[in-house]
Design a protein around this ligand. Structure first.
Ligand code: UT7
Length: 323
């Protein structure tokens, strides 16, 4: 019987401070109406100096472990997706390992921007399937507030901070009706790196390190690539869109989310939306949305959940999971 990665627990952390569109409009030439109509965003959480990617990732990981009734000793791999690590190294994953009191196994960060959680889930699933780990924490944790140009209304209104996590346990599955990750798919197109990027890093100290985006172009690619990713995930499993119970999409723009929901023929109440309250939290957005719908009881054991995301790179992908 093949080994499957079972989503044993899900967790989340959001910074305490909430910033509304109206608050941004007090010091930027923007409005609540523009932001809501173009993106669906009403507010976002913004991290305090103490709420770093490691801090928030640790809190999300703790709640995922508690949700899974798992002890830190069960954690053999920690894979953390972030574009806003606390330090160039050690990996943020290892700061989380230390904070959790995990003393065995290994961990590393993944840099795949907004598709980071899908990439991390895919890598963790491979590790579990091949026996390289029996328990894995997969975390998306981001503090984009630190890399935004707060004078650029075209980007700074779009993002928020937060972290989400899942704990995967190795389990034996049989066919597609059993629980666990059915398939993941990762894609990238490096030739599109200049439509969404950060203009600096520790290797380039003279640069400012702010997020830059050509929004309309990213939007166009997102709608095309995510639609392909949805079709690819279903075809790989011999499933049709009628089999999908929930869409848990990356939360960048309500218009993109609605387009994917329509493509799957899902009623809006079967599409998990958090962009209105969280804005775009990059690698944290999918696990934050999953945690919300799992914790409030909307998503249940046995439900088929399709996750997808696209981000700077460009990177994109999907994960199809039986909860
Ligand atoms: O997570 C990674 C993936 N990211 C995405 O998927 C994001 C994809 N892109 C988008 O979601 C949308 O393109 C945006 C929300 C970023 C922008 O929406 P848009 O409908 O494409 O607007 P636009 O960029 O074409 O701008 C329209 C107008 C412009 O003014 P003019 O040139 O028409 O006079 C902008 O200057 O809106 C203006 N504008 C704003 N006005 C008020 C841009 N930002 C703002 C703002 N407030 N915050």
């Amino acid at each position: 019987m093949p080994i499957r990665s079972i989503l044993a627990g899900v967790g989340a952390y959001l910074p305490k401070r909430v910033v509304t569109n109206d608050e941004l409009a007090q010091r930027l030439e923007t409005s609540d109406t523009w932001i809501r109509e173009r993106t669906g965003i009403r507010q976002r959480h913004i991290a305090s100096p103490q709420e770093t990617a490691a801090f928030m990732g640790t809190e999300a990981a703790k709640s995922a472990l508690a949700n899974a009734h798992a002890e830190p000793a069960e954690v053999e791999a920690i894979i953390l997706a972030t574009s806003t690590p606390d330090q160039a190294f050690p990996a943020t994953a290892l700061r989380v390992q230390a904070a959790l009191g995990v003393t065995n196994g290994y961990g590393f960060d993944i840099s795949a921007a907004c598709a980071g959680f899908i990439y991390a889930l895919s890598v963790a699933d491979s590790l579990i399937r091949t026996g390289a780990a029996r328990g894995a924490l997969v975390i998306g944790s981001e503090v984009y507030s630190r890399i935004l140009n707060w004078n650029d209304r075209g980007t700074c209104v779009l993002f928020g901070d937060g972290a989400g996590a899942v704990f995967l346990r190795a389990g034996k599955g049989r066919g597609t009706i059993d629980r666990g990750i059915l398939t993941t798919h990762m894609h990238a197109q490096g030739t599109l790196g200049d439509i969404l990027y950060v203009d600096g890093a520790v290797g380039q100290p003279e640069k400012s390190g702010h997020l830059v985006m050509r929004g309309q172009e990213v939007f166009r690619h997102a709608v095309i690539r995510l639609a392909e990713a949805v079709d690819e995930a279903l075809a790989a499993n011999g499933l049709t869109r009628r089999d999908v119970d929930w869409l848990v999409p990356h939360q960048a723009n309500l218009r993109i989310i609605d387009a994917m929901g329509k493509r799957l023929g899902l009623p809006s109440e079967r599409v998990v939306v958090t962009v209105d309250r969280h804005a775009n939290t990059s690698a944290a957005s999918v696990p934050l949305a999953l945690a919300e719908a799992w914790t409030d009881g909307r998503i249940r054991h046995g439900d088929l959940v399709l996750m997808e995301a696209l981000g700077g790179g460009l990177t994109w992908g999907s994960a199809l999971v039986r909860m």
